[in-house]
Design a protein around this ligand. Structure first.
Ligand SMILES: [Zn+2]
Length: 570
């Protein structure tokens, strides 16, 4: 222990005193397993949920205890977003590193991203803050840094970035790899196996992640955990949910398909248990989970969330990211698309002047050029109501087509293909406002899938007009490769979907802005067209050319009729 006595910023007596106090505090207070939940509650004001909701799922307390009391050393935790993975790992490090029975215990927390690293730091920082008054920091060698926390007895935990250089160095007793689905294989391989036996501490490796990739690291580790000598834990957001008291009704709750009405009785049982055990007094809210029902219900409804700090919108794969169900990428890309529900006869669609509208395109020459018109209803339904799909369109043809279409002066914007930067530039120079939307194909697919599963009082949220037969056909046919290992669909007859997914993502990101703000800095050719009437010649001409286009590609001949009356569907 001589190194402990060699710090240079205190007298030996002071150090000795602090260390004794720390030891005393910890030795007196480090909890046995039955005491642990109450110790956490009283010392850290923290309750680790311990009630299982789904079959086969573990609870945060069970996972923590198995690791903290070292019944399991190598583990894989497949848990939802918002489950508290970083907090759980941070707590384990905080408790183990400060334990005087474990001098020189060292841990490395490899964080999938900078944001992930910040989360772990914030979790542990909270433990220091809440224990400040009771001498929590007396075990510290110096104040915790974002990267490293060092203890008087030689223990430490480090939070390191997911880079190969950062992961080749350390040889801790324990490795925590946080969000491994976000870590590249190179970095992961550099990090794995770095845990080693030192100072009498056995090596331990904790892998934690949600699973949202097909053929990704997490999928591979969940499949092979047992064979590799790791214990697998699965848990979802339901295991961390607060009690559904008050107005929540299973009949109308959008979590019901996941919770299967199990949460309410579990909560009642827990409340009774806590009252009888004197953990709470009557009238007090029982300690359950830390995720509020409202937050989770809203995420399930929206299918996206805003990142804290950046405000960036991120699409959520609700099934896999919140409920730890395996993401599937086999067969059809849109099995939820039902043409007797999502397709509405063109004559029943009456686009209102005040609705937000936009066009979205996909460029091609030998592959077809696609132009889709869509509108957003006040109830947040998205309606695709016109398609133009044609091969061998030259740039002047495209510009003429786009300009023609702008007779609808309320058309706001066209969303281009980011790969077509040159085309977009040419189009903008011709005075047509066009933005490019940079988005991963998976993001758009997840969002469309989410919209297909939603309804607005029994009506679809995602609607395609029968005037878009090619788009409809693509939706029913697009498939994943047969090996089931790819995140990306087979690249075949997907041009309308390519355009549509960018439109959906643009809508989600709030990019559908009024024309006037978009046109800043662009020279505009004055638009003299007016909104067409039944007898408008321009309209008739375009209708004829649109029909010609469809005949030219598959011989379909569906009249794009003028809308009559507002549909039941909208
Ligand atoms: Zn669960």
């Amino acid at each position: 222990m001589s190194t402990i006595l060699q710090t240079d910023y205190e007298t030996e007596a002071e150090r000795e005193q602090k260390y004794r106090a720390a030891r005393g505090l910890m030795l007196k207070n480090l909890p046995s397993e039955p005491e642990l939940p109450f110790w956490l509650l009283h010392v850290l004001n923290l309750w680790l949920p311990h009630r299982q909701v789904c079959d086969g799922h573990s609870t945060p307390l069970q996972y923590f205890c198995d690791r903290y009391y070292e019944r399991e050393r190598d583990t894989v935790l497949w848990a939802a977003r918002l489950w508290g993975k970083s907090m759980n790992s941070g707590l384990e490090c905080w408790m183990k590193a400060r334990d005087p029975r474990r001098p020189y215990w060292q841990a490395n927390i490899c964080a999938g991203s900078g944001a992930q690293a910040a989360k772990v730091y914030e979790a542990t920082d909270r433990f220091w803050t809440v224990t400040d008054d009771i001498g929590g920091r007396v075990v510290l060698k110096r104040d915790p840094l974002k990267s490293i926390t060092e203890f008087l007895d030689g223990s430490k935990y480090e939070i390191t970035p997911a880079s190969t250089t950062a992961q080749r160095g350390p040889h801790p007793n324990a490795l925590y790899a946080d969000e491994i689905d976000e870590i590249s294989r190179d970095v992961f391989n550099a990090a794995l196996n770095q845990a080693m036996e030192r100072y009498g501490h056995k090596p331990s490796t904790a892998l934690l992640s949600t699973m949202h990739k097909v053929g990704g690291l997490m999928g591979e580790w969940v499949d092979n955990a047992e064979g590799r000598g790791y214990k697998l834990y699965t848990s979802c957001v339901l295991e961390t949910l607060e009690a559904c008291t008050g107005d929540y009704n299973c009949e109308t709750c959008n979590l019901e398909p996941y919770c299967e009405r199990k949460l309410k009785p579990i909560f009642e049982e827990e409340e009774k248990w806590q009252l009888e055990g004197g953990i709470i007094s009557s009238g007090e809210k029982p300690h359950i989970g830390f995720n509020t029902i409202d937050t989770i219900r809203q995420k399930v409804r929206q299918g996206y969330e805003r990142e804290e700090g950046t405000g960036r919108v991120k699409v959520l794969d609700v099934e896999s990211e919140l409920f730890s169900r395996r993401p599937s990428r086999t067969g059809l890309v849109f099995p939820d698309f039902k043409d007797n529900f999502h397709v509405v006869p063109a004559q029943e669609i009456n686009i209102q002047p005040e609705w937000k509208k936009a066009r979205t395109t996909d460029f091609g020459f030998s592959a077809p050029f696609v132009d889709l018109y869509f509108a957003i209803t006040p109830r947040d339904q998205i309606i695709f109501y016109y398609e133009m799909v044609q091969t061998a369109m030259t740039m002047p043809d495209i510009i003429e087509h786009l300009r023609e279409g702008r007779r609808h002066t309320e058309f706001l914007i066209s969303f281009g293909d980011p790969a077509g930067a040159t085309e977009i530039d040419t189009i903008r120079k011709a005075g047509i406002p066009m933005k490019s939307v940079v988005s991963e194909i998976q993001e758009g697919i997840k969002m469309i899938t989410h919209l297909l599963r939603q309804n607005v009082d029994g009506r679809p949220q995602f609607i395609i007009s029968s005037a878009c037969p090619i788009f409809i056909e693509e939706m029913t046919k697009l498939s994943y490769p047969e090996n089931g290992l790819s995140e990306k669909p087979v690249k075949k007859d997907d041009h309308c979907i390519e355009a549509a997914r960018r439109g959906v993502v643009a809508w989600l990101r709030g990019m559908i802005e009024p024309l006037s703000t978009l046109l800043k800095g662009v020279t505009v050719v004055k638009d003299t067209h007016r909104i067409p009437t039944e007898t408008d010649e321009t309209y008739e001409r375009e209708k004829r050319s649109a029909l010609k286009v469809r005949k030219g590609r598959g011989g379909r001949d569906r009249n794009r009729e003028r809308p009559r009356g507002v549909s039941d569907h909208l």
